[in-house]
Design a protein around this ligand. Sequence first.
Ligand SMILES: [Zn+2]
Length: 381
Amino acid sequence: MTSTLIDGIGLLVTNNPEVGSLTAERHDAAVVVENGMITWVGDSSGAPAADLRIDAGGRCVIPGFVDSHSHLVFAGDRSDEFEARMVGEKYAAGGIRRTVGLTRDATDAALASNTARLVAEMRAQGTTTVEIKSGYGLNTIDEARSLAIAGQFTEEITFLGAHVVPAEFTDDPAGYVELVTGEMLDACAPRAKWIDVFCDDGAFDVDQARTILQAGQARGLGARMHAGQLGPSDGVRLAVELGAASVDHCTFLSDADVDALASGSTVATVLPGVEFSTRQPYPDARRLIDAGATVAIASDCNPGSCFTSSVPFCIALAVREMHLSPAEAVWAATAGGAQALWREDVGVVAVGKKADLVMLDAPSYVHLAYRPGVPLIHRVI
Ligand SMILES: [Zn+2]
């Protein structure tokens, strides 16, 4: 077993909740890593010897990003839709059906290689944990194989058969909910950790969402939810009521939604790349944090509403457009994402945690927002 000392860290974000402050930062710090785990954290001057040494040269080191919301198993491209939106067309949930057709026609190898490309793109931008959803198969065979492909890249696998109602069920949405909670769930539950539903205009209503999430929970899956993206609904409160790990988007929030998120354990995950790419108003993440809710930031990387794989870009948006401080945004994209996935081993730099570290080509994480669009990831460990 080889130990590695990373010293000369100018600024280390630990997010260690035992320290007290949000990002629990240390200056002139060092970390020792052994067998993929962190075995020591402290001052650079007092660091123990190790087999190998990496000199951070005064750079900032943060936990690897935990991107808790992505849709990477798909085929095709919808850049034409994006182009049309940018010259005035509105985003609607129905575009998903286009990707469904292309995904069903794609081979396993083509889907896996597209997913691999996107996972590599994410990693190069500092993401070390990623959640991947199905949701472009929308029949039993294609949902099950999408999950198998997701499983080649992550353990955070989410069954999203309830993304939209596929074209062949347009006249029978109730029949589709029956399929999702019956035969499709039977095939998919053993391959997934999570169940998700898109609860919004043009997708599934609150009653359908309840039926679908409870069916998944009864099979041992954790619940997560897309809600409040396209308009106000009772979806956010349903997620809290059902004990979902996370409710994602939260673009439209009522006072009651904010109260529910502040008092419950469900994380509010904001996806500011979506608002950027659909030209929608940004979620009021500032209000959520001030109310006491836990906020995570994720990419929602998908071919329709937001095709960025870059968490640094989302951090910059969160700071610029949603008025989070840089520290709050970095916490939300690391420890916040970990909470949204019920993970205690990532998002934190402390003894016994996974050694998922990102060294920035900058003296501070503030540069992630201060220098938007600049490749600041020096090294991913
Ligand atoms: Zn999504």
